[in-house]
Design a protein around this ligand. Structure first.
Ligand SMILES: NC(=O)c1ccc[n+]([C@@H]2O[C@H](COP(=O)([O-])OP(=O)(O)OC[C@H]3O[C@@H](n4cnc5c(N)ncnc54)[C@H](OP(=O)(O)O)[C@@H]3O)[C@@H](O)[C@H]2O)c1
Length: 293
């Protein structure tokens, strides 16, 4: 049995990725070779705060034969919740595995928020430090803490032969634009954290006895989601506001399904270098990937 963990699975890209992973399982079950998925069942662990929306994702995922969804409602901005969350995940995996062995675990760190979209000289006033630190907790601390807890001795990863960690990144991780200071700093920091993890792949394999450990920073393109709606209404910079409003009006936003499918193609191709930052608009890498970090 394989498993996936998708954070921010209650809507937007996270929901589309959960559904795309379920479809990839179905394709593997139908006999198509996949470097990660065996087709022998999949446990999909879905994390976000909104329980009703998570249940909607779970319903869609459960429609795929052989896939079982588990909703794990949690506020990832509260990093203290991480231990309880990982404990629930270990329980869910052990229930699903029974006496069997886990095949591949695919972890997608997708949950994220914008925080604020102001000029840096507007980063002041009551509540600003709270906004900065709670956004940082969600965008930075939670994927780092969750990855550590999953890979640690007694974490979930040791129940599986293969582990793939996907960080949902952004163009903002590698390119600066006005009013994106908070979000861009977090996305850049996340990319670097997972690049460091990529340099530790051989260590993790040796310590945890794993066959395959892969790490990818995937930038999903400008998506037609609630987050984009927030950008159009909240960003202080007029040129950025016009840019994003124009992309929506001209139909240039990427659908979450198209972006999730691109991620599935990257995983199935298995040809990226560990720690690479790959954008939705990039060509799929050819040849065998390496642990270059
Ligand atoms: N939209 C874009 O154009 C774009 C571009 C590049 C990268 N991205 C990245 O893609 C990812 C998904 O974006 P999206 O556009 O799908 O965003 P979205 O529609 O706003 O969805 C965000 C998801 O994160 C969850 N979330 C937010 N705060 C949370 C918290 N405190 N604890 C747990 N879960 C939380 C939300 O669920 P709940 O509210 O139920 O908790 C929701 O499922 C993000 O990492 C984003 O930075 C987006």
């Amino acid at each position: 049995m394989d498993a996936c963990i998708v954070t921010g699975a209650s809507r937007g890209l996270g929901r589309a990725i959960a559904m795309a992973l379920a479809s990839a399982h179905a394709t593997a079950a139908a006999g198509q070779d996949h470097p990660l998925l065996s087709g022998a069942g999949m446990l999909a662990m879905l994390v976000a705060r909104n329980e009703a929306d998570l249940a909607t994702t779970a319903e869609a995922v459960n429609e795929v034969e052989g896939v079982t969804a588990r909703c794990l409602a949690a506020d990832l901005a509260t990093v203290d919740e991480m231990d309880a969350l990982v404990e629930s995940m270990v329980g869910a995996v052990k229930d699903a595995l029974g006496n069997g062995d886990g095949g591949s675990l695919i972890v997608v760190h997708n949950a994220g928020s914008l925080g604020n979209l102001k000029y840096v000289d507007e980063f002041a006033g009551e509540g600003m430090v709270t906004t900065i630190s709670s956004t940082m907790s969600l965008n930075m601390s939670s994927p780092i803490a969750l990855t550590g807890a999953l890979l640690a001795d007694g974490g979930i990863a040791s129940l599986f032969t293969n582990v793939v960690v996907v960080n949902i990144s952004s163009l903002l991780a590698v390119q600066a634009f006005p009013c994106w200071g908070l979000y861009a700093a977090h996305k850049a920091g996340r990319d670097m954290f997972f690049k460091v993890l990529a340099t530790e792949v051989e260590h993790i394999k040796a310590e945890r006895g794993m066959g395959l450990v892969r790490v990818l920073n995937y930038s999903p393109g400008p998506l037609d989601t609630a987050m984009q709606g927030e950008v159009r209404t909240a960003i202080s910079d007029a040129s950025q506001q016009q840019l994003f409003a124009g992309m929506k009006e001209e139909g240039k936003l990427v659908t979450v399904q198209a972006s999730a499918n691109k991620l599935m193609a990257l995983l199935a191709g298995n040809a990226y270098d560990d720690g690479a930052h790959i954008d939705y608009y990039d060509e799929l890498p050819a040849g065998g990937g390496s642990s270059s970090g």
